[in-house]
Design a binder for this molecule. Structure first.
Ligand code: DSN
Length: 410
């Protein structure tokens, strides 16, 4: 028993389960994996070293993990209709790093979405490897519409002549036009990498256009809307398969996490099921209901709404910062993250907004009436942001509400 060996960790895991059960998780990049995924990731597969790829390993005893990784690869290819898949990246960052190192030389120009406008650290931020090794330029969103302006992106691309364009975002609530990005990339002779970390599950369910036919490289994570274990993946055309694989290993990683790869395989199988399509539809429906309900309560949403699983709320009219809102909601048992809004006047550690998503609450089974209830909780918590007694009252209500949606029942 873990608690006899290491009571410290045992108790913290117990508390974390309790926290996950008693709170409402609106973090747009999180989800709850199935019991099957959980079992596989916690399995004896963690004991195995398997540097290399199926059939070409540097260690003996890989007959079972070879099959597991091959199954994961085939399922992922099928799920996204891709020519080649690599399931070894430990995370989305490693997936992006592999694509960049496979296609670029240090100092080459890359063009990605500005972190401040909703992009990701690995899309060229100065403090990240992507901005340290390469020469990053950025596109943002239109000041008026707060959406991607493809004419503007083309102009920037023509100006800076990138070798690689990265599209995809961490905090962009609208559909991304991968075809337009591909036209822009082609017109300036750049590779296109679509980072679908956030929307992978929605794409797999056929509810967001896929970049697979348009981008030479598609990267993503398995743990967000795709609802698998924490990890990354890369899809590419056959012509790039070898260079991608060898950049992942031995380029940037050693032994793959075969227990996680097995968990990915299970999640990919789950994502092929009809039930997953129904789930993703509900994620989108819940997000759109959430957007409407928030607007009715005078919340200003960046871009005026959402097409996907996430919403970015500009809190300036509510006279509260993102940081204070995150704290108040946290005290009320609602987990969110503060987030910069486009052209944010505040520094990112304070931020004028919060980002919320519906992937996790939908996995718990929440629907229309529950979304209305959650909006009430949010409104109340932000109204009483400085009153810890009132927030404690809301927290009690949230706990009671959350208990109706059990996760990992004992
Ligand atoms: N940190 C992730 C997110 O929350 O969107 C992106 O990697």
């Amino acid at each position: 028993m873990l608690r006899n060996i290491d009571a410290d960790i045992a108790i913290l895991i117990k508390r974390e389960i309790q926290r996950q059960r008693e709170t409402i998780n609106l973090i747009a990049s999180e989800n709850y994996v199935s019991k099957s995924v959980l079992t596989v990731v916690g399995s004896i597969l963690t004991n195995k070293y398997a540097e290399g790829f199926p059939g070409k390993r540097y260690y003996d005893g890989c007959e079972n993990v070879d099959k597991i990784e091959s199954i994961a690869i085939e399922r992922l290819k099928k799920l996204f209709n891709a020519e080649h898949a690599n399931v070894q990246p430990h995370a989305g960052s490693q997936a992006n790093m592999a694509v960049y190192l496979a296609t670029l030389k240090p100092g080459d120009v890359i063009l990605g979405m500005d972190l401040a406008a909703g992009g990701h650290l690995t899309h060229g931020t100065k403090v990240n490897f992507s901005g340290m090794i390469f020469r990053p330029f950025y596109y943002g969103v239109d000041r008026e519409t707060e959406q991607l302006n493809y004419d503007e992106i083309l102009k920037i691309a023509e100006n800076v002549k990138p070798k690689l364009i990265i599209c995809g975002a961490s905090a962009y609530p609208r559909t991304i036009d991968f075809k337009k990005f591909s036209e822009i990339a082609k017109s300036v002779g750049a590779y296109l990498c679509a980072d679908i970390a956030h929307i992978a599950g929605i794409i797999a369910a056929g509810l967001h256009p896929s970049p697979v036919d348009y981008a030479e490289f598609v990267t993503g994570t398995t743990h967000k809307t795709l609802r698998g274990p924490r990890g990354g993946f890369i899809l590419c055309k056959k012509a790039f398969a070898q260079m991608i694989d060898k950049t992942v290993f031995p380029g940037i990683q050693g032994g793959p996490l075969v227990h996680v790869i097995a968990g990915k395989a299970v999640a990919f199988k789950e994502a092929m099921n009809r039930k997953f399509h129904v789930y993703q539809k509900q994620v989108l429906e819940n997000c759109s209901l959430m957007a409407r309900g928030l607007i009715e309560r005078n919340f200003r949403l960046v871009t005026g709404g959402t097409d996907n699983h996430l919403i970015l709320i500009d809190l300036r009219n509510k006279k509260i910062t993102g940081e204070a809102a995150q704290r108040a909601l946290g005290a009320a048992g609602i987990t969110v993250n503060r987030n910069a809004i486009p052209y944010d006047p505040l520094p990112p550690n304070i931020a004028s907004g919060i980002r919320i998503g519906t992937a996790a609450i939908t996995t718990r089974g929440m629907k229309k009436n529950d979304i209305e209830k959650i909006i009430e909780f949010i409104d109340e918590a932000l109204h009483y942001a400085d009153d810890f007694d009132q927030l404690a009252v809301v927290r009690k209500q949230v706990k009671k509400f959350a208990s109706q949606f059990p996760i990992y029942p004992e």
